[in-house]
Write a protein that binds this ligand. Structure first.
Ligand SMILES: [Zn+2]
Length: 413
């Protein structure tokens, strides 16, 4: 849960600035000391350095910066070990680092949050742009973060799993298959011929429009770009700030649409009393983990995010989710189990047995028959969907409500 913050006014002398740096790491590097990367070592170094190392930050906050740095370091080391030479260690100075505080260190009072600060520093109260939607005793941690020039408070809360009246809850025997995709983020087939297609066209349009806008803006300002080593002009900095803001808005829009897509899948599954969602995991097929470079569409797809969002929402609704191997599900005929040439459009038609059906739903139906162990296809009969529900993700996106997708296109009278 991410909440917007009301920024303290700049001129207000009582508003402390929250800027923490990982400068000490740079000093150590310059002194050629052995690099410190482990969280424990860093914490020992912090304790030895005494108060004031992290300006007005308290020790819990300082340790959270160290944790983040250490995690980034080991993540980079792992990626490099796996052969990804483009992975860089976190050596750049960071102006703003997300800082987390756990339950008991902060105070939540309606729309106000008191963030702990170091001894002797003025108390830091921040105002939230809206109410916290959970009971305060359920809030486990808060994270202060800055994205696209805006401050946010990321809240994690312990929420009980949904309870249902007897006989109305998810039935563990009812299994649905989920196929992840780009055009349809989720295609789902349930047990008695019920299917759900969530359209992601609005998300794709948002990506495409954002890319076109970014390109046009870059072209327009290319002349003003500073040369390497040259200091940018004030106007250039203004442009950079604006670009960051637009980037942040784009990311928020896409994230919101992804949550809507996952929400519609879980609501549908609850309605159908589905107890288990079997999701085809495309990451093995795509080789995403190995750090390979991919084209823009694949990178924008964000499979990991789609999976994560769906897992969270399914768990809260009492539905279990398991990953199965999705290899070959979109190129195997569900009727005769033979390989089918990869369909160009959305319809899969089998040249062997004349079967024809929606490609993503067919894949989801085959996924539903696979077992999470990763073994070969079990001989369970594929159940194809007959009753289809359509949902659109990202209805709120500009221009997504009507059939026209680009709101900049002039209206035809
Ligand atoms: Zn066939």
């Amino acid at each position: 849960m991410v909440l917007g913050l009301v920024m303290p006014r700049r001129r207000d002398p009582a508003a402390p600035r929250v800027v923490y740096r990982t400068a000490r790491v740079a000093w150590r590097r310059r002194r050629r000391d052995a690099p410190l990367s482990g969280y424990q070592e860093l914490c020992r170094e912090l304790a030895a350095s005494g108060p004031g190392t992290f300006a007005e930050l308290d020790s819990a906050g300082a340790r959270s910066v160290l944790r983040r740095f250490s995690d980034a370091w080991f993540a980079a080391a792992k990626r490099r070990k796996d052969g990804d030479v483009s992975a860089g260690f976190p050596r750049r100075r960071r102006g703003l680092v997300p800082v987390r505080w756990h339950h008991g260190t902060f105070v939540l009072d309606g729309r106000r949050v008191r963030i702990p600060v170091g001894r002797g520093a003025a108390p830091l109260w921040v105002r939230l742009a809206r109410e916290v939607p959970y009971p305060l005793e359920q809030v486990r941690s808060i994270t202060l973060l800055c994205e696209g020039g805006r401050l946010f408070l990321d809240l994690s809360a312990e929420i009980p799993i949904a309870t249902y009246p007897v006989g109305a809850g998810p039935d563990p025997g009812r299994v649905a298959g989920v196929d992840l995709g780009i055009i349809h983020p989720y295609a789902v087939t349930g047990p008695d011929g019920a299917g759900l297609l969530v359209s992601g066209r609005a998300i794709r349009a948002e990506h495409r429009m954002h890319l076109a806008d970014t390109k046009a803006r870059r072209r327009a300002v290319a002349r003003r770009a500073p040369k390497p080593g040259q200091r940018g002009s004030r106007r250039w900095r203004k442009y950079r700030r604006r670009a960051r803001m637009v980037e942040g808005r784009h990311r928020r829009r896409v994230r919101q649409a992804q949550h809507e897509a996952a929400r519609s899948v879980v609501s549908w599954a609850v309605e159908q009393r589905i107890g288990e969602l079997r999701v085809g995991d495309p990451r093995g097929v795509l080789d995403i983990e190995a750090g390979r470079r991919h084209n823009l569409w694949l990178r924008q797809w964000q499979v990991g995010r789609l999976l994560q969002v769906l897992t969270d929402k399914a768990t809260l609704s009492g539905i279990t989710l398991c990953l199965v191997n999705e290899r070959g599900t979109s190129s195997t005929c569900p009727a005769c189990q033979r390989r089918v040439p990869k369909p160009r459009g959305r319809t899969l038609s089998c040249p062997h047995c004349r079967f024809s059906g929606h490609r993503d739903l067919v894949a989801a139906a085959t996924i539903a028959t696979r077992s999470p162990g990763g073994g070969p296809t079990t001989p369970t009969a594929v159940v194809l969907s007959e009753v289809l529900t359509h949902r659109r993700a990202g209805r709120h996106l500009p221009g997504a409500g009507q059939s026209r997708r680009d709101p900049r296109r002039p209206r035809v009278a």
